[in-house]
Design a protein around this ligand. Structure first.
Ligand code: F3S
Length: 392
C-alpha cells in the first residue's frame, strides 16, 4: 500500500501508540485485500458494544487506547448495547453486568463515539450519497450500500474503530466501483406479501449468493422497510454487502448468470425460520431497529387492542426515533407493549428474562435467536405477531 508522509509518520508511531496501532491494523487489512491507498471516510459505525456478545475481552484494549489519547477523527456511532437503561424493570437487569455494560459505553464515548446505540444509524443521520464509510453491523452496511448509495465494506468492530481513529479506510472491496457491479440476476416470480416474506427471501438468497452482487427483479413495489428486511436477512445468512432491487440494474440482466425464485422456495425459507409451535412468551418487532413509519404502523394496528396478560410485546428502535415518534410510542405502550431503545432481543439476556419462546417478524432475529439466545422461534408477519400478542 502506498502511504502519504503523514500516514507513514503515524505508522511509525509519531502520533503515539493508539494511532500507530489503528494505522497498522488498517494497513494490514489493506495489504490483505489488495488496497493501494487509504481513503477518507465520512463516518464510522462501531459494533461490539453489547456486553452480552463481547464480554470483558476488549475492555483492557479500549482502556489502553484511551490512555494513549485515542479520539475519533470522524463522526462515529455505536451499535446497540445489552440494556435499555430507561426500561431496567423490563430487562434482566443484573447489577454487576449493568456496570460492566455502562463501562463499555463510557469507554467508547471517551473516544468520541456517539452512543446512539442503534443498528440503524442512518435514521439518526443519513450519510451522503457516494460518501465512503467504515461501518460494522451487516444490516446497516447493506442498507447504506444498496438504499443510500454510500460506499462501505462490512467492517468488524476493531477495523471500524481503527478507521474512526485515523479517519480513513483501505481503498478495497465495496470502495471500488468494479466490485459494486452486479454479477448475478435474481428473478423473483412470486411477490413477497409482507415484510416477513422479504426477510425470508433474504435468508434464502444469502445462502445461495454468498458474497455475489445481485440485481433482484420481481419484488413488486417494496417499501423502504421491506428492503431493509431483505438486506438484513441476506447479510445474516450470507456475505452480501450490496444488492440492486428492481428496475435500476435490470437492463444488465441478459449478460448475467441468473437464478429464479418461486413461491415454493419462499415458503420453505419462511417455514425454516420457525423452530417451535409453542405459544410465545415474547413477541419482538424491531430488528433492525424500527423507523418512524414502522412505529406509526404498529401503533395504528394495535390502538384498539390490549397485550394479553402475561405476554411481553417488545418494539425496539433507537432513542432518536423513539423521541420523534412519541405519540405512536404512547399508543403502543397504552396497549401494553414496551418501546425499547439502545438494545434488542438478540443482544440482551432473553433467557434471564424468562423467555423460552419468541415470536418475531424479523428474519434476522429468527435466524440468530435459536443459537445466540437459546430460544424457540415462531417467524410470522407483523399482522400475525400483533394478533398473537393481543386480545381485541
Ligand atoms: Fe439490530 Fe439487534 Fe437486529 S442489533 S439488526 S435489532 S439483532
Amino acid at each position: 500500500m502506498h502511504l502519504t508522509r503523514e500516514e507513514e509518520g503515524i505508522y511509525d508511531g509519531e502520533q503515539g501508540w493508539a494511532y500507530q496501532t489503528a494505522m497498522r491494523m488498517l494497513v494490514k487489512l489493506g495489504d490483505l485485500f489488495g488496497a493501494t491507498r487509504l481513503i477518507r471516510i465520512e463516518s464510522s459505525h462501531i459494533s461490539g458494544v453489547s456486553y452480552k456478545t463481547i464480554g470483558d475481552a476488549p475492555v483492557e484494549f479500549l482502556e489502553a487506547l484511551i490512555q494513549a489519547g485515542a479520539k475519533s477523527k470522524v463522526a462515529a456511532t455505536a451499535n446497540p448495547a445489552g440494556f435499555d437503561y430507561g426500561h431496567l424493570a423490563e430487562m434482566a437487569a443484573m447489577p454487576g453486568i449493568q456496570d460492566r455494560q455502562l463501562k463499555i459505553i463510557d469507554l467508547y464515548e471517551r473516544m468520541g463515539v456517539n452512543p446512539v446505540l442503534t443498528c440503524t444509524p442512518y435514521y439518526v443521520r443519513k450519510p451522503r450519497r457516494a460518501s465512503h464509510l467504515a461501518w460494522a453491523e451487516s444490516s446497516a452496511v447493506t442498507y447504506a450500500n444498496s438504499l443510500l448509495g454510500s460506499w462501505t465494506n462490512r467492517e468488524g468492530a476493531p477495523s471500524a474503530l481503527a478507521a474512526a481513529l485515523i479517519g480513513k479506510t483501505p481503498d478495497c472491496g465495496m470502495h471500488r466501483p468494479e466490485n459494486r457491479q452486479a454479477n448475478i440476476f435474481i428473478k423473483v416470480k412470486t411477490n413477497p406479501a409482507n415484510e416477513a416474506e422479504f426477510g425470508a427471501l433474504g435468508i434464502y438468497l444469502g445462502k445461495m449468493l454468498k458474497d455475489k452482487v445481485p440485481v433482484i427483479e420481481g419484488l413488486g413495489y417494496p417499501k423502504e422497510t421491506d428492503l431493509k428486511q431483505l438486506g438484513a436477512a441476506m447479510a445474516s445468512s450470507g456475505m452480501t454487502s450490496i444488492f440492486y432491487p428492481n428496475q435500476s440494474c435490470a437492463k444488465q440482466s441478459g449478460r448475467l448468470e441468473s437464478i429464479t425464485v418461486e413461491r415454493k422456495e419462499l415458503k420453505e425459507a419462511s417455514e425454516s425460520l420457525s423452530t417451535t409451535r409453542e405459544e410465545p412468551d415474547m413477541v419482538f418487532v424491531g430488528c433492525p431497529h424500527c423507523s418512524f413509519n414502522e412505529l406509526k404502523q404498529i401503533a395504528q394496528n394495535i390502538k384498539v387492542k390490549k397485550v394479553g396478560e402475561g405476554l411481553r410485546f417488545w418494539v425496539c428502535t433507537s432513542r432518536h426515533v423513539r423521541e420523534r415518534a412519541k405519540p405512536y410510542v404512547d399508543v403502543i405502550e397504552h396497549a401494553g407493549g414496551v418501546v425499547i431503545s439502545d438494545t434488542c432481543a438478540v443482544v440482551t439476556w432473553l433467557k434471564e428474562l424468562g423467555v423460552d419462546t419468541l415470536m418475531t417478524n424479523s428474519a434476522k432475529t429468527a435466524y440468530y435467536a435459536p443459537t445466540l439466545n437459546g430460544v424457540g422461534v415462531t417467524f410470522a408477519s407483523l399482522a400475525r405477531c400483533i394478533k398473537a400478542v393481543c386480545r381485541e
